[in-house]
Structures are given as structure tokens and as C-alpha cells.
Design a protein around this ligand. Structure first.
Ligand SMILES: Nc1ncnc2c1ncn2[C@@H]1O[C@H](COP(=O)(O)OP(=O)(O)O)[C@@H](O)[C@H]1O
Ligand SMILES: [Mg+2]
Length: 233
């Protein structure tokens, strides 16, 4: 049972300036799940995701990834880049001064991946997100949906075991959002990756999740299947 748990969030709390924003949250995530954290703006979704990624450390509690304690009562034990976690940020955070290719190459270089393999991995991911013709242009020359694909590619090229997505579609119009949801589902299945996806949008949650976590004011209100949560809400 335990080995199936790829992420275990254990009694985690976090304050900003004495204001408690994550209140003793516990959550277990199994390999291959698509967990969607659904809740209104300000309820703590981004903070929770960043604590899994390791960019923020909880004041209390533990985060365990793949059986390893990565953070324990305020102490970071495993650095973000060693957690095998990829993140797509709400504002994408693509580097504007680098071509799309270089945006993908950056993380691989830092990991000293050999040049041949680097090129192969980048080319494969560009194909997977259907952006092969845009390798040598800059993010600023792309549409919102295309930038989204590059942000996703940049996370995936690192071959993470867990993909964290922070409201990646919130700035896109409905049609584009629907298309990209399908793409995300396809990629998640093809790569058999575990996904934690954060949104305030119910429809988005229902269309993407294998399990939904309803969050409100720093607490988990309910966890259930799409069906259970659609009856609950
Ligand atoms: N760096 C920070 N410093 C102080 N307060 C913060 C910081 N980041 C987030 N908060 C506050 O913590 C709460 C949760 O924020 P956040 O995790 O961004 O929620 P969500 O992603 O659900 O909108 C909000 O009240 C927000 O204002
Ligand atoms: Mg947020």
C-alpha cells in the first residue's frame, strides 16, 4: 500500500507573517493519479503546490515523495531539483530572452545531460506537444495556447515523475482551454505521469481529475471521485 503512494502530505501547516494559510493538511496521492485541487482564489492552492515542489517549506509536517522525506518540520531535506517534480506555473514563467529550444535546454544543461541525449529529448517533447516548427522562435512570438504548450514541454523534458500544474489554463479562452485539457489528458496517459493540478474552475476539475480535493481557507473540505464531488458541490 505504502509504496503505491508517490506523494504523501502529512499534517502540513504554513503561515505567512503569522497568518495561517495551510492548516494541517494531509493528502496521499497514488502513482498515476490525476488529483485536482479545487478551491477559490486565496484558499492556499499555490502554496500547497509549491510546498510539494520545494520552493516553499512548510512550518510543520512532512512531505514524502517516492518514499523519501523531502521536507520535515520546516527543514528542507531534498532540494526542488532532486525531487523529480516538474511544475507549470500560473504565469508560465518562460524565459523571454531565450528561444523555445533554449527554454527547454536550460534545465537539461544544468543537469549535465550529454548533448546527443539532450537534443533527442528536446526534439521528442517538441513533437509530443505539437510545437516542432516553433523551436527557434521566442516565447513572445507565440499565442497564449502555444506558450502553454512550451511551458508544459519545459516541465516534461526533465522527465519528472510528478507534474504539478498551477491553473495553467486560466488565462485562455474556453475553446482553447477545452483543446488543451484533452492534450493534457493524452500526455498524462502516454507518459503515465502522476499529476497534481490546481484550479478554481469546477468544469476544468471535473474534466481532468481522477480524484478531486476540495479546498477552502487552507483546509481540505472533501476528497472524492468526480461523481462524489459533483454531487457534493
Ligand atoms: N509570499 C506570500 N506572502 C504573504 N502572504 C502570501 C504569500 N503568498 C500567498 N499569500 C497569502 O496566502 C493565502 C493563500 O495564497 P495562495 O496559496 O496563493 O492561494 P491560491 O493559489 O489558492 O489563490 C492568500 O491569503 C495569500 O494572500
Ligand atoms: Mg494560486
Amino acid at each position: 500500500m505504502y509504496v503505491k503512494m508517490i506523494v504523501k502530505i502529512d499534517n502540513v501547516s504554513k503561515s505567512y507573517n503569522k497568518h495561517l494559510v495551510i492548516k494541517a493538511i494531509s493528502l496521499n496521492i497514488e502513482k498515476g493519479e490525476r488529483v485536482v485541487v479545487l478551491g477559490p482564489s486565496g484558499c492556499g492552492k499555490t502554496t500547497l503546490l509549491r510546498m510539494v515542489a520545494g520552493f516553499i517549506h512548510p512550518d510543520q509536517g512532512k512531505v514524502i515523495i517516492n518514499g523519501n522525506v523531502v521536507t520535515d518540520n520546516g527543514k528542507c531535506i531534498i532540494e526542488p531539483e532532486k525531487r523529480q517534480v516538474g511544475m507549470v506555473f500560473q504565469d508560465l514563467a518562460l524565459w523571454p530572452h531565450m528561444s523555445n529550444y533554449k527554454n527547454l535546454e536550460f534545465g537539461l544543461r544544468a543537469k549535465k545531460i550529454p548533448k546527443m541525449e539532450m537534443r533527442k529529448r528536446i526534439d521528442e517533447i517538441f513533437d509530443k506537444v505539437q510545437m516542432a516548427q516553433f523551436k527557434n522562435v521566442y516565447p513572445g512570438e507565440l499565442s497564449g495556447g502555444q506558450q502553454q504548450r512550451i511551458a508544459l514541454a519545459r516541465a516534461l523534458v526533465m522527465q519528472p515523475k510528478i507534474l504539478l500544474m498551477d491553473e495553467p489554463l486560466s488565462s485562455l479562452d474556453t475553446d482553447l482551454s477545452l483543446t488543451l485539457r484533452k492534450e493534457i489528458l493524452r500526455l498524462q496517459e502516454e507518459l503515465a505521469i502522476t499529476m497534481i493540478y490546481v484550479t478554481h474552475d469546477r468544469e476544468e476539475a471535473f474534466s481532468l481529475a481522477t480524484r478531486i480535493v476540495v479546498m477552502e481557507s487552507g483546509r481540505i473540505q472533501k476528497i472524492g471521485t468526480v461523481r462524489e464531488i459533483s454531487e457534493y458541490l
